[in-house]
Design a protein around this ligand. Structure first.
Ligand SMILES: Nc1ncnc2c1ncn2[C@@H]1O[C@H](COP(=O)(O)OP(=O)(O)OP(=O)(O)O)[C@@H](O)[C@H]1O
Ligand SMILES: [Mg+2]
Ligand SMILES: [Zn+2]
Length: 298
């Protein structure tokens, strides 16, 4: 199989001439449609809603939010795919306790790792030799890998594909926005501090440049749930995400508190929303999910 995922380096197009040293379309037999610069082909993945999760700043909780949103959606009867596009620090598998698993590479496709019957995951972490190996990824390589993640992974029929992106305004967001069909928009994660909110504003502007809608802003780590008494402590303040949403005229999806149990769940590889119910944090994540569903499915 001509596959970036099994070889870790781009492989020649099977249609390439023998002496061609690139993965080149110009010397191919012409039977295979090739994306042209500026006009990439949209992948034929069968998905109703592609949701990008991003932030301007690192460490604000994108991956945590992605894992919990995807789990909550699947618990609500949706068929969900979770795609980890953080090539440099893929940690979705760890947060789901499926680190070290190897997706089966079959003749025509790659089987994603199934967490439940309605939640399938694909991550570069599954395909790299070990998580401490740094890999140098150039933009076009990332794009090729993203295309294969969309086209060659056996996702089945999905209601949602939740895409966890690395921080900032990089190639990954650009590529997925161009390659995936039905991109319903981006969810921007921020924390309540001024700097993080400023970064959220930048993210909104970036998303608007990509000409995809902003589904809404989530304020993560919004107040802390005290592990002793369960009260809320205003650690980083609260309300910055809501204010940013109002100023930018984009929807506000809600706030998720900073909860030590959330860290524990991530470290132990079990999504918070699947192991707790009816706690303030669970209710907050559930409300965010409901707001998202309302906006996306209406
Ligand atoms: N609501 C929360 N309460 C407590 N801890 C949280 C919460 N959200 C995220 N965290 C913790 O914060 C850390 C960073 O979270 P996470 O990895 O999800 O951020 P990220 O935005 O994906 O980071 P990166 O930019 O590196 O991809 C993790 O240890 C995670 O468990
Ligand atoms: Mg992350
Ligand atoms: Zn307390």
């Amino acid at each position: 199989m001509n596959n970036i995922m099994t070889q870790h380096t781009p492989v020649k197009d099977t249609n390439c001439d023998e002496n061609c040293d690139e993965n080149c379309s110009s010397c191919s037999s012409g039977q295979k449609p090739q994306p042209q610069k500026g006009l990439p082909l949209r992948s034929k993945i069968d998905v109703k809603h592609v949701i990008l999760v991003l932030s301007g700043k690192g460490g604000v909780g994108k991956s945590t939010v992605s894992v919990n949103l995807a789990s909550a959606l699947s618990a609500h009867g949706r068929n969900v795919g979770l795609l980890d596009l953080d090539f440099h620090g893929p940690n979705i598998p760890k947060m789901l306790g499926i680190e070290g698993q190897k997706p089966a590479v079959l003749e025509k496709h790659i089987e994603p790792v199934h967490v439940t019957g309605t939640l399938a995951v694909m991550s570069m972490a599954f395909l790299l030799p070990d998580t401490s190996t740094p890999v140098v990824w150039r933009g076009p390589m990332k794009m090729a890998a993203i295309q294969q993640f969309l086209e060659e992974v056996n996702w089945g029929t999905l209601d949602y594909l939740v895409v966890d992106l690395p921080p900032g305004t990089g190639d990954e967001a650009l590529s997925i926005a161009q390659l995936a069909p039905n991109v319903k928009g981006a969810v921007i994660v921020t924390t309540p501090q001024d700097v993080a909110v400023l970064d959220a504003v930048k993210s909104v502007k970036f998303i608007e440049k990509l000409e995809i809608p902003v589904i809404g802003i989530i304020e993560n780590m919004s107040g802390m749930i005290c592990p002793h008494c369960g009260d809320t402590i205003d650690l980083f303040g609260r309300g910055g995400g809501k204010k940013a949403a109002e100023d930018l005229h984009v929807p506000y999806l809600g706030a998720i508190p900073l909860d030590p149990e959330m860290v524990k769940a991530g470290d132990e590889g079990r999504p918070y929303v699947l192991r707790h119910a009816d706690t303030p944090t669970w209710k907050a994540v559930d409300a965010v999910m409901e707001n998202l569903v309302k906006l996306v499915e209406s």
